[in-house]
Design a binder for this molecule. Structure first.
Ligand code: NAP
Length: 480
């Protein structure tokens, strides 16, 4: 069985413990590889390697660093189909999604920051009658990047690329549940000639390897994407060391559908925003709020469209709906369906685990599920489920819709559907969310700030925000 090693100082190395964790294919429920179960000794080795590489890497020009990032992008792009197959096998997501979203976006992350880094003002000036101020933004040093299992390479590279272009070196830990493409990224870095130690990839459990990264006294910043509970733990553990922190966390995103929307366009997109990647995207709509006058029409159409989604073997190109990414997560979602029933929810469609024929007979599949009849304060409508389960609620007025949307501790994203621009602007201004899509979903300009409000985030990613996070300013003042 293939063993996934750590990538330290440009080489693949076994973990200090010589222990490995099993990696499963969600579509079959079978183990297919083993991944390094690393501990603090591996993190220390990776840190040393990153620290040794820091001087030379941070002294390169931005253009020179960009050339390496572009080579990584090229290498990844040339192996796009192969990486998409790895990502689909590791996560249970449809191969079509891995091919059209996950891997292309990982390529774009490297390419985007290679270009954007060259436009960013690492040096600027502010002058007045009395003083001349030169402001320099320098790399921080060694950065820790921790990413989740839902969009493995997409989110891994979204952190690594800006950290590297800004001149930092990196120790990165992907999720132990979906480590395969992060492991293979090591090969791409070797082929691109990335200097040893600039990027180190350590595998293992969050509570051991992740914890050692977070607690390392010399790592300057942690860029984390994952659940709010883990984010809070990281914030507590780093409080006294004053590490810089960027925490991208959970959501409970509303989709607000007004009666004056373009119904067909809305319906097509809301099916996607609810059930893409089996609802395992932090930006997926999980609470669908529909204006009372079109509630029944919406419900009938939505049930029909969702029932038509083609669930199947994720490796088949026509599959639209795959497996949940881990047995633990599958069990969680099944538990939430039970909770929803106990809370009085009526299941309109789905609500069951699904047994497929053939090689996927033991896979972790759950039907796309729509539930109505629950109030906004119940657990189903307040807790992040992060799976193929959405609830429907109706609202009477704009004010009601805003109140329902904001009545949650999360504030990651929202979608608003209306053809009335003024209404869209009014409602957007009052929704507590870091990303608001009007009549669209998951459209991303990588220059824009990305992050969440309330319990969904601390700090921002994307464009300038990311490059500010991964650098530290220094003002050098002389008399005019
Ligand atoms: P998670 O359990 O919080 O894990 C995220 C990462 O943190 C994994 O690499 C995990 O490692 C690691 N980790 C776990 N415990 C740790 C600890 N004590 N110290 C350091 N690292 C630790 O989240 P998940 O279940 O993988 O991902 C789902 C969550 O991510 C959802 O809440 C979703 O909303 C959120 N998410 C947010 C965004 C966003 O941009 N806001 C994007 C995607 C996902 P192991 O997996 O190896 O344990």
């Amino acid at each position: 069985m293939e063993k996934l090693y750590n990538f330290i100082n440009g080489k693949f190395v076994a973990p200090n413990s010589n222990q490995y964790l099993e990696i499963f294919e969600p579509a079959t429920g079978q183990t297919y590889a083993q991944v390094a179960d690393s501990n603090s000794a591996d993190i220390e080795n990776a840190y040393e390697s990153a620290q040794n590489a820091f001087g030379n890497w941070s002294s390169l020009s931005v253009k020179e660093r960009a050339d390496y990032l572009n080579k990584i992008a090229e290498g990844l792009e040339s192996r796009l189909d192969e990486f998409a197959e790895y990502e689909s096998r590791d996560t249970g997501k449809p191969i079509s999604l891995a091919k059209s979203v996950d891997i292309p976006r990982a390529v774009s992350n490297f390419r985007f920051f290679a270009d954007y880094g060259q436009e960013f003002n690492f040096e600027s000036e502010l002058n007045n009658d009395q003083s001349h101020n030169k402001i320099i933004r320098s790399a921080l040093g060694v950065i820790g990047c921790i990413s989740p299992w839902n969009l493995p390479l997409y989110l891994f590279s979204w952190k690594i690329a800006p950290a590297l272009i800004a001149g930092n070196t990196v120790v990165a830990k992907p999720s132990e549940i979906t480590p395969f493409t992060a492991f293979k990224l090591g090969e791409i870095c070797q082929d691109a000639g990335l200097p040893p130690g600039v990027l180190n990839i350590i595998h293992g459990q969050g509570s051991i390897a992740g914890d050692a990264l977070v607690n390392h006294s010399k790592i300057k910043a942690i860029s984390f994407t994952g659940g709010t509970t883990t984010g809070k733990l990281i914030a507590k553990k780093t409080a006294s060391s004053f590490k810089k922190l960027s925490l991208e966390m959970g959501g409970k995103n509303p989709s607000i559908i007004f009666s004056d929307c373009d119904f067909d366009k809305m319906m097509k997109t809301v099916v996607r925003s609810s059930f893409s990647n089996q609802g395992q995207i932090c930006l997926c709509s999980s609470r669908i709020l529909v204006e009372e006058s079109i509630y029944e029409k919406f419900k009938t159409n939505f049930i029909q469209r969702v029932s038509d989604l083609r669930m199947g073997d994720p490796s088949e190109i026509e599959t639209q709906f795959g497996a949940l990414s881990s047995k633990g997560h599958f069990d969680n979602v099944i538990d939430y369906i039970e909770i929803a029933k106990q809370e009085g929810g009526k299941i309109l469609v789905g609500g069951n685990a699904k047994k497929l024929n053939g090689r996927c007979g033991n896979g972790w599949f759950i039907e796309p599920t729509i539930i109505e009849g629950l109030n906004n304060s119940c657990r189903t409508n307040q807790e992040e489920i992060f799976g193929p389960l959405v609830t429907l609620q109706s609202f009477k007025s704009e004010k009601d819709a805003i109140q329902l949307a904001n009545e949650t501790e999360y504030g990651l994203s929202a979608t608003i559907w209306t053809e009335d621009n003024e209404k869209a602007n009014r409602v957007s201004a009052l929704i507590d969310a870091g990303v608001i899509w009007v009549n669209c979903w998951l459209v991303r300009d990588l220059r824009t700030p990305f992050g969440g409000m309330k319990q969904s985030g601390l700090g921002w990613e994307g464009g300038d925000e990311a490059l500010r996070f991964f650098t530290e300013p220094k003002n050098i003042c002389t008399l005019a």
